[in-house]
Design a protein around this ligand. Structure first.
Ligand code: F6P
Length: 324
């Protein structure tokens, strides 16, 4: 094995750089050339790459974003786009490929391994944590901590004004960030895509919990079936006369920032483990974590099986309501 290609794809996630660094350094120690393509699969199609050196990955373990850039490439979803990518990988004599990617982009990794017949390994990188086969994806822990810090700040002003705040967090299809940030921030209610939202019941519950016009926090996953925080607040308002309601959308601050120690360790270990597995001849697999251990599973499993948060946590939150 002489050259390994590498991309980051999908939404960026804190810790991706730590992973790029680990793969680069491992490669260089093994006498392999690490080739970083820019902007995900699009960079492979456009043949935009650089051969990474120790200098390129100096001082990046602590930085958010991704030095390689990322993009959700529609062109790669077409046969023509993939043919261009494969031609470039062959032209550049890439012997194996590692993708640090989110949910929607694992399909690309698998297709590449089948259509080009080179070893491909996927590493889960997304703040959403919505990938089957791993306890944690790279970036999730940092995003969760960012959300909890933001909610703590909003709680100060909510308390001072006796306001009910609807706070929207990321998670298009999954409620991992919402549910776990609700627990960690002591929220009074949480709305996630995995559970139907009933506006009448929500208003009734909030009034029961706020009889003395106290403040409260409701975490809303952006993908909730009842809508985002603004829509939920607007629909609840007519049912909660006399209460002061506000909403806040945390948005992309959740994706940026210095990765937590947990994400740096996870990303570094996953990068090194991907190298180990690829050198051992594994292909078309994803790296996952269970507790403190790392393992591999078929990328196809990660694509086919939907990952959902532990719903018993929602039941637990129900038991922790403040009534009156
Ligand atoms: O990376 C995942 C994610 O942050 C989702 O939580 C969110 O819905 C989406 O990406 C936002 O994507 P974009 O930055 O392209 O608007």
């Amino acid at each position: 094995m002489k050259k390994i290609g590498l991309i980051t794809s999908g939404g960026d996630a804190p810790g991706m750089n730590a992973c790029v660094r680990a793969i680069t350094k491992y490669c260089l120690n093994e006498g392999i050339v690490p080739v970083g393509f820019n902007d995900g699969y699009q960079g492979v199609i456009d043949n935009q790459f650089c051969e990474l050196t120790f200098k390129d990955v100096n001082n990046i373990v602590q930085s958010g974003g991704t030095i390689l850039g990322t993009y959700r490439s529609n062109q790669f979803r077409t046969r023509e786009g993939r043919d261009k990518a494969i031609t470039n990988l062959r032209k550049n004599e890439i012997d194996a490929f590692i993708c640090i990617v989110g949910d929607g982009t694992f399909t690309g990794a698998s297709i590449l391994s089948e259509e080009m017949n080179i070893p491909v390994i996927g590493i889960p990188g997304t703040i959403d944590n919505d990938i089957y086969g791993t306890d944690h994806t790279i970036g999730y822990d940092t995003a969760l901590n960012t959300v909890v810090e933001a909610v703590d700040r909003i709680r100060d002003t909510a308390g001072s004004h006796n306001r009910i705040f609807f706070i929207e967090v990321m998670g298009r299809n999954a409620g991992f960030i919402a549910l776990n940030s609700a627990i960690a921030s002591g929220a009074d209610s949480v709305l996630i895509p995995e559970e139907d939202t009933n506006i009448q019941e929500l208003a009734k519950d909030l009034m029961e919990q706020n009889k003395g016009r106290k403040s409260s926090i409701i975490i809303v996953a952006e993908g909730d079936d009842g809508g985002g925080a603004k829509e939920i607040m607007t629909n609840v308002k007519p049912l909660m006369k006399g209460y002061s309601l506000r909403y806040s959308v945390l948005g992309h601050i959740q994706r940026g920032g210095r990765p937590s120690a947990f994400d740096r360790m996870l990303a570094t270990r996953m990068g090194a483990f991907a190298m180990e597995r690829i050198l051992a001849g594994e292909t078309n697999v994803m790296i996952g974590s269970r507790g403190d251990d790392l393992h591999t599973l078929p990328i196809q499993d990660a694509i086919k099986i939907t990952s959902s948060p532990d719903m018993t946590k929602l039941e637990m939150l129900q038991k922790l309501r403040t009534i009156g």
